[in-house]
Design a protein around this ligand. Structure first.
Ligand code: FES
Length: 143
């Protein structure tokens, strides 16, 4: 995972393993907005309105604004699976907000019954090459 800054906000670029991607459907019944219908600070781009919340050409890469939709803390990565402090025993990896305990899966989707009301934002982004991403811009223009 890399963290870059866009408009003063941390943006996470996370390359997920095939195992991580395979774990996402297991979270569908547990997350509050599986299809990203409720935006936080920005509309989810159409190409990220899917289970992996990523573009089809690189499903393994998540691009998300690392700001909790509750009160704006930055969640910490908790990629290890299984029981650990402050997380459920059936944890499949994701993020934990240190402020009030909201949890997000590896697609930035918030789990139900947590203080955070919405998924992490996915900003507009596009690939300039296989290993180059531009954030804040896509086929529809500049955000
Ligand atoms: S700011 Fe993240 S849970 Fe409150």
């Amino acid at each position: 995972m890399k963290v870059v800054e866009w408009r003063g906000k941390p943006v996470w670029i996370l390359r997920r393993t095939p195992e991580m991607l395979a774990s996402l459907p297991k979270n569908d019944p547990l997350v509050a907005d599986p299809k990203s219908d409720k935006p936080y600070q920005m509309e989810t781009p159409g190409y990220a309105k899917n289970e992996t919340r990523s573009r089809a050409e690189h499903k393994e890469v998540l691009v998300a604004v690392g700001i909790c939709s509750h009160l704006g803390c930055s969640p910490s990565s908790r990629f290890a699976e299984g029981p650990q402090p402050n997380l459920p025993d059936d944890w499949h990896g994701g993020f934990l907000c240190p402020c009030h305990g909201s949890t997000f899966d590896l697609a930035g989707r918030v789990f139900k019954n947590k203080p955070a009301p919405a998924n992490l934002d996915v900003p507009p982004y596009m690939y300039l090459a296989d290993n180059r991403i531009i954030i804040g811009k896509d086929e529809k223009g500049e955000a």
